[in-house]
Structure formats: structure tokens, C-alpha cells
Design a protein around this ligand. Structure first.
Ligand SMILES: Nc1ncnc2c1ncn2[C@@H]1O[C@H](COP(=O)(O)OP(=O)(O)OP(=O)(O)O)[C@@H](O)[C@H]1O
Ligand SMILES: [Mg+2]
Length: 341
């Protein structure tokens, strides 16, 4: 069972969403629906599975439906059609109390525009979820201080949000989400307001946290480098439609359409593609000349061995950690894999 399963979800914004469903299901696109009915298509037949312990990154241009999608998961938004299952339970089946319980314990969210309480201090904001869970004050204080420390805001715990910069407020939002220790974290542009250095540091912290805690994270970003660094899988939205889901390498090597191509066109492939992804396995490499070979590890990124291969005009022999030969890469194919579009 997947941790989260989204099946044929549609979201139409407007006065009478149901009335435009036949048109949307009939294939009309977002522009046509808006022009003819005044309704906005937020999501258009989105289906998706997210597995326990993975970081799923959602990308797409502004207005493509990323926030709308993530907000369905904790029912801040209800779908016009379709279903959302979390651990096999349809979230639409929750009554009011079950929904409150679900939001307190199962999911935490970092909002795109922080969503902090202006009248509460940093530490009160961070401890808010714990307060809702009914945790005693000393525990709230201890856990909240620990998370404030983790996001680098030590010393600011008694300030109010309007006394902080945007990036600092974003970190308070992150600390608040970490504090409740829910196993699903929804992060809507959680790092976008941060300086590059702090942003990179927060990405590293999230990766470290993930390697230890294995939470299920749904992370929205506009930034391709961020999505490649964090995502186990990446989903790309265009005008409410999910146009491609894949691993970072899938997306880079086989972009589904021109929209995805435009996202990945500037990626340095040599930095993100490993030897094992492009090698021919030993049984299919008869055509590769083995008279001059350079040994590379299967987990090495292309950029690490590319200069050596090109300069010496050799082919690669790809080995695993124990030195067993797994496959070969020809010099020519190596270079064409970097320029393929
Ligand atoms: N409450 C709402 N009422 C009407 N239309 C909405 C509402 N929320 C979102 N939309 C529309 O749904 C579409 C998707 O919006 P959404 O906020 O999900 O985009 P996004 O991908 O998160 O964009 P951004 O990157 O700018 O945050 C947009 O066309 C938007 O105008
Ligand atoms: Mg958004």
C-alpha cells in the first residue's frame, strides 16, 4: 500500500464547479474552461502514488496547481472529483474529530507564505502543534527550543513574527512542522524565501533528517537543482495536469514533452547522472572496444570521470564496490548522453 494515493483528482474553482466537469472530462483545457465558463481548473485528472519514506517533489510554473495539490492531502481543499487515500483511508470519509486528529498527528505543513500566528512569539508558534496535541508545557518548551536551534534561530525565541525577516519566518514555519514529529510533512516552497547559503544548509538538514527519520515528504519547489537534490521522485504539473512523474534521472534523460524539456534544458547532466545509469551491461556490450579501458565505479557521477575518458580517448569499464565488472560505457555514447535533448 502506498502512503499516499491520489486517484483521478479534479479541482475546479468557481461558482458551480460540477457544471463544468463534463467539459473538463471531455478534454477542454484550462484556458478554454476559463474563457467559456469563468471557472479555473486547479487540477485536471491527477493520479499519483507516494511511497512511505520518500521525498516526492512537485514542480511546475506559477499557477500550475502545486499548492492546490498539496492542500488536498490534509483537506484544506476538497476535490471536485476523485479520491485521496492516506495509508489506505479516504480522507473525505473523516468526520470533524477524525480530521482534527489527522491534522494534529499525521501531517504537518510548512506554508508557502509562512502561516505564522502574529500574536504568538517564535517559541509559541513552534510549540503550537504540541499544545494542540495536549503535550505538557515543559515538554513543549524543550522540543520547541530543540527545533529552534535546529533551524538556527537561537536567541529569537521570544520575538514576534513581524520582528523577523521573511527567511527567518520561513524557518519558524519549518521548526513548527518538525516539532510535531508527524510522519508526513507537506512543504510548500519551504525554502524559497531563504538566502542561497541558508537554503543549501536547510536542504542538507532535511536530507540528514530524512536519512534518519524516513518521513514521507511532499515538497514543492520552483527550483530544479533543489528538486534534483531532494527528490526521490519528481512530479511535474502544467496547467493542472500532471505531465510527468519519475526519478530525477528519468526526468532529465527522457523529458515527456517540451514543457519538461524547458525545465531541464540547463541542467548539467554530468553532475546528476551516475555511471550505472548509462552503462551497457556486460552481456550487451560486445560492440564496445575493450582494448583501452578506464575503470570507474558504478556510483560515480559522469563529471568525475569525464575529463579522463575524453582526454585518453578510452572507453569505461564500470565496476561495483567489490570490483566486479557490471558493464561498459563507450566514449562516444558517453558524450552523446550529455547532449541528448
Ligand atoms: N481559492 C482559489 N480560488 C480561485 N482560484 C484559485 C484558488 N486557489 C488557486 N486557484 C487557481 O488555481 C490554479 C492553481 O493555483 P496554485 O496556487 O495551486 O498554483 P501554484 O502552482 O501553487 O503556483 P505558485 O507557484 O505561484 O505558488 C491557479 O490558476 C489559481 O488561479
Ligand atoms: Mg503555490
Amino acid at each position: 500500500m502506498s502512503k499516499i494515493e491520489i486517484n483521478n483528482v479534479y479541482k475546479i474553482f468557481g461558482n458551480n464547479p460540477q457544471s463544468v466537469m463534463p467539459m473538463v472530462k471531455g478534454g477542454a483545457n484550462k484556458e478554454e474552461v476559463l474563457e467559456q465558463t469563468g471557472h479555473t481548473v486547479g487540477l485536471d485528472d491527477v493520479s499519483l502514488k507516494i511511497e512511505e519514506g520518500e521525498t516526492f517533489v512537485c514542480m511546475g510554473l506559477s499557477g500550475s496547481g502545486k499548492s492546490t495539490l498539496i492542500r488536498h492531502l490534509n483537506r484544506l481543499i476538497d476535490p471536485t472529483d476523485g479520491e485521496i487515500l492516506v495509508e489506505g483511508t479516504n480522507v473525505m470519509s473523516f468526520n470533524k474529530d477524525q480530521l482534527i486528529e489527522f491534522r494534529r498527528h499525521k501531517m504537518s505543513m510548512v506554508f508557502q507564505r509562512f502561516g505564522l500566528f502574529p500574536h504568538k512569539t517564535v517559541i509559541q508558534n513552534v510549540g503550537y502543534g504540541l499544545e494542540m496535541q495536549g503535550k505538557p508545557e515543559d515538554e513543549r518548551y524543550r522540543v520547541a527550543m530543540e527545533k529552534i536551534d535546529a533551524v538556527g534561530l537561537n536567541g529569537f525565541e521570544n520575538q514576534f513574527p513581524n520582528q523577523l525577516s521573511g527567511g527567518m519566518q520561513q524557518r519558524v514555519g519549518l521548526a513548527r512542522a518538525l516539532a510535531t514529529d508527524s510522519d508526513i510533512m507537506l512543504m510548500d516552497e519551504a525554502f524559497s524565501a531563504l538566502d542561497p547559503l541558508i537554503r543549501s544548509d536547510m536542504q542538507k538538514q532535511l536530507l540528514d533528517l530524512q536519512s534518519e527519520l524516513k518521513k514521507t515528504i511532499v515538497f514543492i519547489t520552483h527550483d530544479l537543482d533543489e528538486s534534483l537534490r531532494l527528490g526521490d521522485h519528481i512530479g511535474i504539473l502544467n496547467a493542472g495536469k500532471l505531465v510527468q512523474v519519475g526519478t530525477p534521472v528519468d526526468i532529465i534523460m527522457n523529458p515527456a514533452d517540451d514543457y519538461v524539456k524547458a525545465f531541464v534544458k540547463d541542467v548539467n547532466r554530468a553532475k546528476v547522472i551516475k555511471a550505472k545509469v548509462i552503462m551497457k551491461d556486460i552481456n550487451n556490450a560486445n560492440d564496445i572496444d575493450k582494448s583501452s579501458l578506464i575503470k570507474v565505479n558504478e556510483d560515480q557521477f559522469i563529471e568525475e570521470f569525464l575529463p579522463q575518458i575524453v582526454c585518453s580517448n578510452s572507453n569505461c569499464e564500470v565496476v561495483d564496490k567489490s570490483g566486479n565488472v557490471k558493464g561498459y560505457i563507450s566514449n562516444k555514447e558517453l558524450q552523446s548522453s550529455l547532449t541528448k535533448s
